[in-house]
Design a protein around this ligand. Structure first.
Ligand code: ADP
Ligand code: ASP
Ligand code: MG
Length: 450
């Protein structure tokens, strides 16, 4: 068995779904479980509809809802499948009207709304495969992926999920050639719809892959694989042929959107290779992510970047020679459920970065009781990742020389010695990435990059 996950752009239109059907058909012998995202930007649209409804813009919300209904209906008609979407849009319309009356959006209601994207896309793709003569069967992901109750960011309960997957998938696979399910969506133990967080369909794929001991987890997307840098920042990037689980996890965490940050965790546990592939160019080999160390003459595998970062500087001369300063600081961030990405400390100061600023006013108030705190938004993290960083001297010197035109706000080298991260202002991000890429990928090793 293999798991094949197709992202939003891979199922955005009739044409795209046709390509998916072709790709799946060519791999029927591998017994695929297909995981699909919502079509195109449907999740964003659903959230916009809900936001309009609770803000009192009821008519606007219903207008957008109609447009989304028409889009899905048109796509399913073009695919030659029956009207399987209208009944779902009726349910969604009721929900949206309810939100307009309540004027309030809870995380639980957010999940109920955003789940419609994958509920619909999985039905449409199943129907299309069947129409093309492929014996596909639909599986409602919410009946097998079980999570805790942290709506919009729910964490899977792996034991229960694995039990349900193993009770459900083998009997379906015995009768049908392909199983199709939606990514991202799940339900709590009480059966309430939940989601795994934005971009979470990748995570669904690896949860299913690990739960079923799949031979491979394939992430089909709109680029050729993991690239040497974010292609929206830099044009001339290379495909990374292979990388380790640790490198992929680090890159995903620091902004390589092509993989949801949690994706590799289940795969590592069962040592299942993950392959990133391009649904528009299925002939390209993509990127293989596995436990194997990959030799290369390059110290760096790829440069990730994370935008919308806030830099927090905390200084307390009163804490000089006193212990407990860091504990006190982190206890506050922890209590406000705000995770810290990067960190640099001295005896009396600590600089750190966060990307979720929701609780920042409250955090600030508490810290001001014992320290001075300054906050700078519009920052970005540039993160160089590579297993080879560990044993290649001089990387920092090369990076600094390349960045002599950039003001570096903070530096940190992870304990794993797998990443070297810098904070720069958002304005300087593109220039910094370009200079680093030019320095480290001027003549990429053909054994490792294409
Ligand atoms: P999907 O809808 O298939 O899940 P995403 O939009 O979530 O696709 O992820 C793919 C996108 O990730 C690419 O189009 C690309 O712009 C972006 N991306 C950012 N960093 C990288 C990187 N290092 N390698 C590849 N893609 C990246
Ligand atoms: N549709 C969801 C999102 O847009 C999940 C995903 O695409 O992975 O975040
Ligand atoms: Mg994605």
């Amino acid at each position: 068995m293999i798991v094949m996950k197709f992202g939003g752009t891979s199922v955005e239109s009739t044409e795209a779904i046709e390509r998916v059907a072709g790709i799946v058909r060519d791999r029927l012998a591998l017994h695929p479980v297909v995981v699909v995202s919502a079509m195109g930007k449907t999740t964003n649209k659903l959230l916009a509809i809900a936001a309009d409804a609770v803000a009192g813009r009821r008519e606007q919300a219903l207008d957008l809802l109609n447009q989304l209904h028409e889009f899905h209906q048109r796509e399913s008609e073009e695919l030659g499948v029956d009207d399987i979407v209208s009944v779902h849009f009726q349910e969604l319309a009721e929900l949206v009207k309810g939100l307009a009356v309540m004027g309030e959006m809870t995380p639980r209601a957010t999940d109920a709304v955003s789940a419609f994207g994958e509920r619909l896309s999985s039905l449409i793709v199943t129907a299309r495969l069947r129409k093309l003569g492929i014996d596909a069967v639909h599986l409602d992901a919410r009946s097998v992926i079980v999570t805790d109750g942290r709506h919009t960011q729910a964490a899977p309960i792996l034991a229960e999920t694995t039990t349900r997957l193993n009770a459900t998938i083998p009997p379906l696979a015995a009768k049908h050639a392909v199983i199709v399910m939606g990514g991202f969506i799940a339900s709590t133990e009480n059966g309430v719809t939940s989601t795994l967080g934005r971009g979470g369909s990748d995570y669904t794929a690896s949860i299913v892959g690990a739960g079923m001991n799949a031979a491979e987890i394939q992430i089909w997307t709109d680029v050729d694989g993991m690239l040497t840098s974010d292609p929206t920042i830099l044009k001339n990037v290379y495909r990374v042929k292979q990388c380790s689980f640790a490198e992929a996890a680090e890159l995903a965490y620091f902004g390589a959107k092509v993989l949801h940050p949690a994706t590799v965790l289940p795969a590592i546990e069962k040592n299942i290779p993950v392959r990133i592939l391009n649904s528009r160019r299925p002939e390209v080999e993509g990127t293989l992510i596995s436990s194997k160390a990959v030799d290369s003459t390059s110290p760096i595998r790829s440069i990730a970047c994370k935008r919308n970062i806030t830099l927090v500087n905390i200084v307390s001369s009163r804490m000089l020679m006193a212990h407990g300063f860091l504990r006190r600081v982190f206890e506050i961030f922890d209590r406000h459920e705000t995770s810290v990405d990067m960190l640099a400390t001295s005896e009396v100061s600590v600089s750190l970065t966060i990307d979720n600023t929701q609780a920042l006013p409250a955090i600030r108030k508490e810290i001001e009781e014992f320290a001075d705190i300054t906050v700078e938004d519009q920052q970005a993290i540039v993160c160089m990742v590579g297993d080879n960083l560990r044993h290649t001297p001089g990387v920092l010197a090369r990076a600094f020389a390349a960045l002599n035109h950039v003001k570096i706000r903070m530096i940190s080298e992870g304990a794993s010695q797998l990443n070297l991260s810098l904070v720069v202002s958002a304005e300087e991000l593109a220039g910094a990435v370009e200079s680093l890429h030019g320095e480290f990928f001027a003549a990429p090793d053909p054994a490792a990059f294409a």
